[in-house]
Ligand binder design. Structure first.
Ligand code: ATP
Ligand code: MG
Length: 740
């Protein structure tokens, strides 16, 4: 127990041990909210005798969930930590739906439609109905409605006579019908259907003893509802969050959920934490100076517990490549100056959008510095990875029309786009899935009206043969994911296909395939060892046995959920000797000794397509407050598209520049020391005893008057950031690190 409370400050201890059933911890970045939350989980187990499998912990990303589990493991040991129900809202919903989904009419083997699937479905409906809507916008709009809890029927019932709205309503309804026909749930459905389940069958959560939610400021309406329902039996709820870090408004996150909670439970206890344990005073000052530009924000107190440290750097450079080279040389210089005490993993480059990474990748790559990417350039988004997953989806669930249409002609089987479209239309007119139609055709049972020439006919037969063969193999050996992969890539001649299609970087692409096969092995091992036997033993008496899902179904569901984070990179171990490149969104909750935020220009941050300027400012604030000892902001004179830029308006406000160095530190003895302090801080034992220098009350200086997870951490305009197939996206990072 004492381990649990050791090193916590008074307010943190209060929060950890509080008897209040509903507890809010609201506090600025780096004040130990996540630390407090994990300690409270451990405290519940050790002192209140709560069963770990009855505790639900929600975080925003898969990576955050892992880190949290890691921290809790430190208190209660591996065995106990493993039994917690810990994950993203989507992951937790998926888990309940797999187990109890049949109560709300879900088929056993439902699949998860990822963002690309949803987009493809919407696109097809728009073509079929000759709608004028923009597919991407329509899809985002559907998602926004669903995040607010508005169903297609509800929308249809309130829709006005406005033609555009009626058009959208029709697309929305057809989209839902299509998902249903394919036995698919999209990300929004995972939450919505789980809400429906828990509302109608509260028995499913009868033994939940406590619910804890990190990054609460970013929950949306449906997640809030889900949270209530998960905790409905005992209402023991702990949430931690920071309104200043609310950066998911574009995904319908609702900051007013904080107030809602207080209204709902008048006895909610709120604990504020006011000391920052992460950043140097100078970094905090600069971050405050940015966030306080939002005048609607209430004043807050925040004290730095570390020394003032080095002033952050704000640097202008001619072009993006100069910026990248400068950044790379700073990494080198800082390492040299600290006698390589700083490792590459102590540096992070945080980007407003994934598309900005290319010059940085090039520069780090040229300097031979390994790097890894999280958020944005997703492993699961790479063309070859997507294609293999699509094949697996078809094998797992042949009614998955979208996946089937994407791969039927990859590698080419002479079945052109027009033919595929024709077949899709025909199948849909006949009320069949595309698979049923072509299977019947290949087996000579069904005639098709779509015009098929001889090569196309043969192509379809070949494709059907691949799928049938692999389905048989899977049936014979349900856990043999790796073997399934191996046979699949052989049957479709994947290696040759990649060589011909991508002569310049087929090796990189092949290494992605190997990576995916490695993940399949991992999944296989996990499936066989981790069946949560203990939890099942303590599962509610209610309900039938948990549905046994096949290794492949589980693998695909996880792949869909992992969309925002490069799981493998994270799973590779605690000490990854690589510079991190991440979007700011995906860096939420994390920290590094040295942080770079390049491309701070108008149009990038604030983003030209962002609707909420305050949210953009908070995003910059989140980025800046990831830094412990050194923070570098920079702005190139030209964008990567060679357009002239101006410095971000957030950094051009009066008085801001005095918080920054212009030319970068001519590194001083003090700086080296502050870095050393940071490094020591990384070791918790030392941290607990480290003398805090010159605690700094920001209030005094008038700094404060003011403001605010499936895995899915990107703004819509970041999607498709790496569509240019000629540019290896992730490959550099991997080959570089392997070379090392
Ligand atoms: P964010 O808002 O960015 O998610 P947070 O409030 O969750 O931040 P944590 O990540 O929990 O903050 O903590 C920030 C850092 O401060 C961590 O390195 C943590 O170990 C350290 N820390 C927190 N509380 C204390 C404490 N009482 N003593 C020493 N270090 C602490
Ligand atoms: Mg946190």
């Amino acid at each position: 127990m004492d381990g649990i409370l050791t090193g916590l400050n008074t307010a943190q201890r209060t929060a950890v041990t509080s008897e209040a059933s509903v507890l809010q911890v609201l506090a600025p970045p780096g004040s130990g909210k996540t630390k407090t939350l994990t300690a409270r989980v451990a405290y519940f187990i050790a002192h209140r005798q709560l069963k770990p499998w009855n505790i639900i912990v929600c975080t925003f990303t898969v990576k955050a969930a892992r880190e949290m589990q890691e921290r809790i493991r430190g208190f209660v040991g591996d065995e106990v930590a493993k039994k917690l129900k810990i994950g993203t809202f989507h992951g937790i919903a998926l888990r309940y739906l797999r187990q109890y989904g049949k109560h709300v009419g879900l088929g056993d083997n439902f699949g998860v439609a990822d963002t690309t699937d949803s987009k493809d479905i919407v696109k097809r409906i728009i073509v079929q109905t000759q709608s004028e809507l923009d597919p991407a916008a329509a899809r985002n709009r559907i998602s926004a409605q669903k995040s607010k809890g508005v169903s297609a029927e509800q929308f249809a019932s309130i829709v006005s006579k406005n033609v555009e709205q009626r058009d959208f309503s029709q697309v929305f309804s057809l989209y839902q019908a299509q998902l249903k026909a394919c036995n698919l749930l999209d990300y929004d459905d995972l939450l919505l259907v789980c809400v429906e389940l828990l509302r109608s069958h509260p028995e499913c959560v009868a033994n939940v003893e406590a619910l804890l939610v990190d990054e609460f400021q970013d929950t949306n309406g449906v997640q809030y509802e889900l949270m209530n329902l998960l905790a409905q039996r005992r209402n023991v709820i702990t949430i931690v969050g920071d309104p200043d870090q609310s950066i998911y408004g574009w995904r319908s996150a609702e900051i007013k959920n904080l107030g809602r909670m207080k209204e709902q439970w008048s006895d909610t206890l709120t604990v504020n934490l006011e000391e920052n344990y992460r950043s140097s005073g100078a970094i905090l000052h600069a971050a405050q100076k940015i966030i306080e530009q939002d005048e609607s924000r209430p004043p807050k107190k925040l004290q730095a517990t570390h020394g003032i440290g080095q002033r952050p750097v704000l640097r202008k450079l001619p072009q993006a490549r100069h910026e990248a080279d400068w950044l790379t040389s700073e990494v080198k210089r800082m390492r040299a100056l600290t006698g390589n005490m700083l490792e590459l993993s102590d540096f992070a480059v945080l980007l407003r959008s994934a598309a900005l990474s290319r010059p940085i990748e090039t520069s780090l790559g040229a300097a031979g510095m390994p790097y890894r990417m999280i958020g944005g350039m997703k492993f699961y988004d790479r063309v070859e990875v997507k294609m293999l997953l699509d094949y697996l989806r078809v094998i797992d669930q042949p009614s998955h029309n979208e996946a089937l249409a994407r791969v039927i002609n990859v590698p080419s089987r002479k079945v052109g786009d027009k033919t595929v479209e024709g077949l899709q239309r025909e199948a849909s007119n006949k009320g069949l899935s595309l698979w049923t139609l072509i299977l019947g055709f290949a087996q000579g049972r069904t005639k098709v009206t779509t015009n098929l020439n001889a090569p196309a006919q043969r192509g379809i037969e070949q494709f059907v043969n691949v799928v049938l063969t692999l389905q048989k193999k899977l049936a014979a050996e349900p856990s043999g994911l790796y073997e399934l992969f191996a046979q699949l890539q052989k049957m479709i001649g994947l290696q040759d296909y990649l060589k011909t299609k991508y002569p310049d970087d087929h090796e990189t692409r092949w290494s992605n395939v190997e990576e995916l096969m490695a993940l399949a092995i991992d999944a296989q091992v996990q499936a066989s060892t981790e069946l949560d036997r203990e939890q099942e033993a303590h599962a509610p008496a209610y309900g039938e046995e948990a549905v046994e899902e096949s290794a492949l179904t589980a693998f695909l569901a996880n792949a869909a959920l992992a969309a925002s984070i490069d799981e493998k990179a994270v799973a590779d171990g605690e000490k990854v000797h690589q510079v991190t490149i991440s979007t700011i969104h995906a860096a939420k909750g994390l920290e590094w000794p040295v942080v770079f935020i390049p491309a701070c220009y108008e149009g990038s941050i604030p983003h030209s397509r962002a609707e909420d300027n305050d949210e953009e400012r908070r995003l910059l604030y989140v980025g800046m407050t990831r830094a412990q000892a050194m923070l570098y902001l920079s702005c190139p004179g030209k964008s990567t598209r060679q357009e002239d830029t101006t410095m971000s308006s957030f950094l051009e406000q009066p008085g801001v520049s005095s918080f920054f160095e212009e030319h970068g530190p001519s590194i001083s003895h003090a700086e080296v020391q502050s870095l050393a302090v940071t490094l020591r801080r990384k070791c918790p034992d030392v941290a607990a005893t480290a003398t805090t220098t010159a605690a700094l009350d920001l209030q005094e200086d008038n700094y404060w008057p003011l403001t605010g997870e499936m895995p899915f951490t990107e703004a819509p305009w970041q999607e498709g950031a790496h569509q240019n197939p000629a540019v290896p996206v992730f490959g550099n990072a991997r080959s570089a690190s392997w070379a090392n």
